[in-house]
Ligand binder design. Structure first.
Ligand SMILES: NC(=O)c1ccc[n+]([C@@H]2O[C@H](COP(=O)([O-])OP(=O)(O)OC[C@H]3O[C@@H](n4cnc5c(N)ncnc54)[C@H](O)[C@@H]3O)[C@@H](O)[C@H]2O)c1
Length: 199
């Protein structure tokens, strides 16, 4: 598919599957010829107290959020290392830095992503690959609205910039981390939450 003169390729991928992520990486190279950027955005966030978080829920959240970030990186890092260039942006959450309740599996997975990012950055920096995290605050997406609509009434008021964060508010940070301008930034977590937490 081509739009506005740029090549575009899309596929359905299960980020919890080694086979699916490996196939996707092969197909992307076949269709686009090169890979410069990987944004690991897939994630789930069931809202449950610890007492109701069974092992299946835990495994599912860790599976998509943390295993998914690992598997997509496993699939794409060799291509980036071969090209001696790459930008990886992992998506965590400002909840990692907060007293946020009913999110044990989620916050554990996002903490894992931050740790994974720091460690991977240390291994691939010499190959021209940077690995960073964006940690957004509560953002107005339809999934988030479906999970907990009431929180939009209160949480934005706790931010230094007291309005609801829209997806477009995060675009500049991700673009920066994907660009040549961030060549010397790696292993970092940039919190984009309207100034709610200080990390
Ligand atoms: N919305 C927020 O308030 C908020 C705040 C901080 C961080 N985040 C993070 O931002 C990311 C996007 O969240 P969102 O609110 O846009 O949710 P979303 O549901 O719109 O996006 C998540 C995407 O992940 C995909 N996905 C789920 N399981 C998958 C799997 N096994 N394989 C491949 N894809 C899978 C879904 O299909 C969906 O397209 C998540 O990582 C989330 O944790 C969201």
């Amino acid at each position: 598919m081509e739009a506005e003169g740029r090549k575009f390729y899309s596929a359905i991928v299960d980020v919890t599957s080694p086979e699916s992520t490996e196939k996707f990486a092969t197909d992307v190279v076949e269709n686009l010829g090169d890979v410069k950027v990987l944004v690991n955005n897939a994630g789930i966030y069931p809202w449950k107290p610890f007492s109701e978080t069974d092992f299946d829920t835990w495994r599912k959240v860790i599976g998509v959020n943390l295993d998914g970030t690992f598997l997509m990186s496993k699939a794409f890092v060799p291509i980036m290392v071969q090209n001696q260039y790459g930008r990886i942006v992992n998506v965590a959450s400002t909840t990692f830095f907060m007293n946020a309740q009913q999110m044990t599996a989620y916050i554990a997975s996002k903490g894992g992503i931050i740790g994974f990012t720091r460690a991977l950055a240390g291994e691939v920096g010499k190959d021209g690959v940077t690995v960073n995290v964006i940690a957004p605050g509560l953002t107005n997406t339809s999934t988030m609205k479906g999970v907990n609509e009431e929180i939009f009434e209160t949480l934005p008021n706790m931010q230094a910039i007291p309005r609801v964060i829209e997806p477009k508010d995060l675009v500049g940070v991700v673009s920066f981390l994907c660009s040549d301008d961030s060549a010397f930034v790696t292993g970092q977590t940039i919190v984009a939450d309207g100034g709610q937490v200080r990390n």
